[in-house]
Design a protein around this ligand. Structure first.
Ligand code: SF4
Length: 752
């Protein structure tokens, strides 16, 4: 089937403009004569917006998925949300375990597969110690699964080599929040959208990547047309088309822009002096460096006057001034961002400056205000960031480098003192580099496809080839499964039970509704079975989703992540709960740090940044710094990547949906002027070459991109866009710089 986007949206009964499904949609709707036996509450499997659904069952199968009217999404789903049903029933679901024998994966029993996995891990540990093994997880695992993997590897095996794909998308935001506020995750909630008078969207194409949240923004624009929207994006995206002011920035210059806006806010006096005086401190480098002053910041920003950075940013100084003015005069400014800000070597600095704009103007802690990063995956926040399933972290905001935090977790997990290593483990990209070099000899990869999603992917495929790789995945074959020595089939969303948390810190329970295909098992069952075979069964006493959740609630108690009040019974009955939620009577917290709203904010007054020792948030003096990869005569253009509405990430899931097969995911957007200079016409094959690798795509001349910038979707299943992307890392967050790579674009001559 080959469908245009419009035909596709009609097929799904969506509005052609947005691809949203909801009661307010105009046009014909999908009303199939499918009888439903029972309806059940659930959550969309895809993006970190976390749309709530109701799932219709018939004869043991999911037959219908709709938006939940009582959910925050008001009954809406985007096209991917509707595909929650389809992904369960794609034809090539993995249904039995396999072990590689004589170079081929062969069907075996679960016992044989798990024994082989355990033997591979034991051998690696015997040869290289605990740090010769690793876990690479995913923001698509349930919280119970990430938590159990973290416990098994850090507390049982004794290695901090636990990381996952959230390192690739959200690490810079997590490090930004932690350094500025002392605790990770956004402070506000989706209800703030109804109160905002300015939306500042930077590095996020929300209309396609978080479309239901964006539709709520559009609701606000419809009811309060005086509301302003600033979009900062190198592309003229569908989100930018809704903007009052679109800053078509040069990729990788966000820190300079945000510094220039801060300069302008200070110059024009559009700052909140009382808020700064009462609740803000100034630092450079780290949060415990010697305190600086507002005057130090003012002096620092002299180099970032709009006219000094306009050229670097590819903007006019008037545009920058106007952005600062709109931000400064707004009654309630709400900022959204995601990968565009995070995926660069200045990602943490950009996040810190984004938060600084809110602190300088006092735009936080009131309805409609605050810095609000959006999560890419369903459970990257709850499953990975909150449970500390990253190589530097421990549960609920603790870190491996602090003796007190390690001792806390050793006590809670019933471990002898000194069991948890004080050394940070390997984060995502260095982990696969260590496999290449033979330092990591065995790894368990769960619910993610690093062979396609890592930057400079060909380099790290070599590591996957060399290591003893155990892959647990819901769908076969992924690119990563091709490197597996042991392959374990996993259950998906409605086939297993667990909890996940989305962008506004809302935890949801996803109940098991149907049986997985064949012999597939939940990732929690797989982790427990592997832990038993590795001799850590006693550590993994909690083995059911509810028992693990209760243990996790207990671990969170008394921390700034307190979920103690989120019982299973409450999660079953309610459309989610937002944390902090310290008691079973607490309704959940919309705005953190606000006395009277956040139960952990004890001080009287406007705000209490209780996660910082002095109760003050930090404004960092943050340099733009040089580009990690300069433009040269060999590589004169900038490649940036992103997503489109209908597909998700590497399209491992959505690429298998028959109805989406005709959607174009293999084009390279190039400015018509650049295309003309190259003599390239629409549909012709072009080769994109970086210092790392090449990818061939179809040219799509488009005014959506700036001259000198080309844009590719990350979804292509036929071509490996990540062969060319950059694996340079932010020095603080270790997040790779997917969003800019210096490239050469050439027309491919026929026959070559
Ligand atoms: S916006 Fe995200 S969570 Fe909501 S339906 Fe679409 S993919 Fe699912």
């Amino acid at each position: 089937m080959h469908l245009t986007r419009r035909e596709l949206l009609q097929y799904f009964g969506a509005t052609a403009a947005t691809g949203l499904i909801g009661p307010g949609c105009i046009g014909w709707t999908r009303e199939e004569a499918i009888p439903v036996d029972s309806w059940h509450k659930s959550v969309c499997r895809f993006c970190g917006s976390g749309c709530e659904t109701r799932v219709g069952l018939r004869a043991g199968k999911v037959v219908k998925v709709e938006g939940l009217q009582e959910g925050w999404n008001r009954g809406r789903l985007c096209i991917k949300g509707l595909l929650n049903r389809e992904i369960l029933y794609v034809s090539d679901r993995a249904s039995y375990p396999m072990v590689r024998k004589n170079g081929q994966l062969e069907r075996v029993s679960w016992d044989e597969a798990l024994d082989a996995a355990a033997a591979g891990f034991r051998e690696a540990i015997a040869q290289g110690g605990p740090d010769a093994v690793a876990f690479y997880g995913s923001g698509q695992l349930f919280t119970q699964e990430s938590y159990t993997a973290n416990k098994l590897f850090k507390g049982g095996i004794g290695t901090n080599n636990v990381d996952g794909n959230p390192r690739l998308c959200m690490a810079s935001a997590a490090f930004g929040y932690k350094s500025v506020f002392g605790a990770d995750e956004p402070s506000g909630c989706y209800d703030d959208i109804e109160h905002a008078t300015l939306f500042f969207v930077i590095g996020a194409n929300m209309a396609e990547c978080h479309p239901v949240v964006w539709e709520r923004v559009r609701d606000r624009l419809r009811t309060a047309p005086e509301t302003r929207v600033i979009v900062v994006d190198p592309r003229r995206t569908p989100t930018a088309r809704d903007a009052t002011l679109h800053l078509q920035i040069r990729p990788g210059t966000d820190v300079a822009l945000l510094n220039a806006m801060a300069y302008e806010l200070l110059r024009t006096g559009l700052v909140d002096a009382a808020f700064i005086n009462d609740f803000v401190t100034f630092r450079e480098g780290t949060a415990d460096s010697p305190p600086l002053t507002l005057e130090d910041l003012r002096a620092f920003l002299e180099d970032y006057a709009p006219e000094k950075v306009a050229n670097l940013c590819g903007l006019s100084s008037a545009e920058i001034r106007e952005a600062a003015r709109l931000f400064g005069i707004s009654q309630a400014a709400l900022s959204f961002w995601t990968m565009g800000l995070n995926q660069q070597t200045h990602g943490v600095a950009a996040n810190r400056m984004m938060m600084a704009l809110h602190l300088l103007t006092g735009q936080i802690g009131r309805p409609g205000t605050g810095p609000f990063s959006l999560t890419g995956q369903t459970n990257a926040g709850g499953g990975v960031r909150d449970t500390g399933s990253l190589s530097h972290a421990l549960p609920a905001g603790r870190v491996v480098t602090k003796a007190h935090d390690r001792q806390d977790m050793e006590r809670l997990w019933g471990l002898p003192e000194g069991r948890i290593s004080p050394n940070p483990g390997l984060s995502a990209v260095p982990l696969f580099e260590a496999m290449r070099e033979g330092r990591v000899r065995a790894a368990l990869v769960m619910a993610t496809n690093p062979a396609r999603s890592l930057p400079n992917a060909d380099r790290y495929r070599v590591g996957m080839e060399k290591a003893f790789l155990v892959v647990s995945d819901s769908i076969f074959p992924t690119d990563t499964a091709r490197y597996a020595d042991v392959f374990l089939p996993a259950a998906m969303w409605a086939e297993k039970e667990g909890v996940l948390s989305q962008s506004e810190r809302r935890y949801h329970l996803v109940e098991k509704l149907v049986e997985p295909p064949g012999e597939a098992r939940s990732d929690l069952d797989i982790l427990v079975a592997l832990g038993e075979r590795l001799g850590h069964g006693a550590l993994l006493k909690a083995r059911t989703p509810e028992a693990v959740w209760d243990e996790w609630r207990m671990i969170s108690a008394g921390t700034t992540y307190d979920f103690s009040g989120m019982t299973y019974a409450r999660l079953k009955a309610l459309p989610g709960l937002t944390w902090p939620c310290p008691t079973e009577q607490h309704p959940g917290t919309c705005r953190r740090y606000v006395p009277g709203e956040d139960p952990l904010a004890k001080k009287e007054g406007r705000i209490d940044f209780y996660a910082r020792p002095d109760g003050r948030a930090v404004v960092f003096l943050s340099e733009q710094g040089p580009f990690r990869e300069a433009l040269t005569s060999d590589y004169p253009m900038t490649l940036t990547t992103g997503r489109r509405l209908e597909h998700w990430h590497t399209a491992t899931l959505t690429g298998r949906i028959a109805q989406l097969q005709g959607i174009d995911i293999d084009s390279l957007e190039i400015h018509p002027g650049d295309a003309a200079v190259m003599g390239v016409k629409e549909g012709e094959l072009v080769q994109v070459t970086s210092a790392r690798g090449t990818v061939r795509l179809k040219a799509l001349p488009s005014m959506r991109v700036r001259p000198g910038v080309v844009f590719a979707l990350m979804h292509s299943t036929e071509h490996l866009v990540n062969a060319a992307t950059s694996d340079y890392l932010d020095p603080t967050s270790a997040q790779p710089e997917y969003k800019l790579a210096s490239v050469r674009v050439e027309r491919v001559k026929e026959g070559t």
